[in-house]
Design a protein around this ligand. Structure first.
Ligand code: SF4
Length: 339
């Protein structure tokens, strides 16, 4: 790997993508982009990032934003606890660091929602500290360059690779960390065949030299996915629909359409919902989370009058104020059609 450091830096400085959070080294910009990038592709993050920065241009703005506004900005990105942690961290920065983003690794790591990877990325990119940021891309490139048949799903592998890379981390650590990650994303790609013919490391990469690049890295056993079935009640009264806040479990405190576990029949629904004027089966959707899969059926139900502890709101109100998790968006799109 030692021989590859300068090659990675040179490649990065020539090839790096012009991304909005790379316009400067402001830790607020890098922090928000890094948290967003943990959830989705770079192309998709750009719009979210620009919108977020327009609405909340400073750490103080983030510390003062209402939860509903924050979740609305995050709508579609998933993992809403990450958005809430952003606000908690912004409040901590305002209270404990005089509103200035901390500039040493330990203080950065102490912020809610910031783990070793993000602390390493911010420390190196914004402050050129000799810290590493190890993600799946970095592990793949490292294992291939060194021809190591390690299980990248094992935390010990991550720790080992972090220590090894740190031994050779250059002064421009931020460029190096971003370079090796980007090389993994666009050249030394996961799945399929890496693009060794255009790789700056091709003469030093032991996996490539030994024709083993497609065998590395090894992956451990996949975590079992927990599957659940739900029935959603898309209840309409006049021009209002019932929504409620989830009070526990996955997506806690997010808005959702009322629902019940299991696939319910017409008769079962009629026993639960009072004052039904009409009922029809609506769409189904399957949503896959990291370790869970939800199979969802739904009924479109018109009711005589509003009831229960639900919030009865119009479609434009849901659109402007209440963030629905991605899992429920297809149902929202469906009820919008007849609105
Ligand atoms: S030569 Fe091929 S396998 Fe080796 S680092 Fe480059 S793209 Fe990856």
């Amino acid at each position: 790997m030692k021989n590859c450091v300068d090659l990675i830096l040179k490649w990065y400085n020539e090839q790096k993508r012009p991304l909005p959070w790379r316009r400067d080294k402001d830790p607020y910009h890098v922090w928000i982009s890094e948290i967003m990038l943990q959830q989705t592709r770079i192309e998709a993050v750009i719009d979210y990032y620009e919108r977020f920065m327009k609405r909340l241009p400073t750490i103080q703005d983030l510390s003062e934003v209402s939860e509903d506004d924050l979740l609305k900005l995050w709508e579609g990105l998933g993992y809403y606890s990450r958005a809430r942690n952003l606000k908690k961290a912004a409040i901590k920065i305002m209270n404990e660091f005089d509103g200035v983003f901390p500039s040493n690794y330990e203080d950065i790591l102490s912020l809610p929602g910031i783990g070793e990877y993000t602390a390493g990325a911010i420390s190196s990119i914004c402050f050129d500290l000799p810290e590493v940021a190890i993600d799946g891309n970095v592990m793949r490139v490292y294992c291939r360059v060194e021809n190591l048949d390690l299980d990248v799903g094992d935390p010990k592998t991550k720790k080992l690779i972090g220590e090894k890379i740190k031994e050779n981390i250059p002064a421009s650590s931020g460029d190096f960390n971003q370079g090796i990650m980007e090389l993994g994303e666009v050249v030394c790609i996961p799945g399929g065949v890496p693009k060794c013919d255009i790789c700056p490391l091709k003469y030093h990469c032991l996996a490539h030299v030994n024709n083993r690049e497609c065998l590395i890295p090894r992956k451990g056993n996949k975590t079992k996915v927990l599957e659940k079935e739900y029935t959603l009640f898309l209840m309409k009264c006049g021009d209002k629909f019932a929504i409620r806040k989830r009070d526990n479990g996955l997506l806690k405190n997010m808005w959702e359409f009322p629902n019940q576990e299991g696939f319910l029949t017409y008769d079962e629904v009629k026993k639960i919902i009072p004052g039904i004027q009409s009922i029809k089966l609506s769409i189904t959707n399957t949503h896959v989370f990291t370790h869970r899969k939800w199979f969802m059926n739904s009924y479109l139900i018109e009711v005589e009058k509003e009831f229960g502890d639900y919030l009865w709101v119009s479609i434009p109100e849901i659109e402007s104020k209440y963030a629905l998790p991605t899992a429920f968006m297809p149902f929202f799109e469906e009820i919008k059609k007849d609105y």
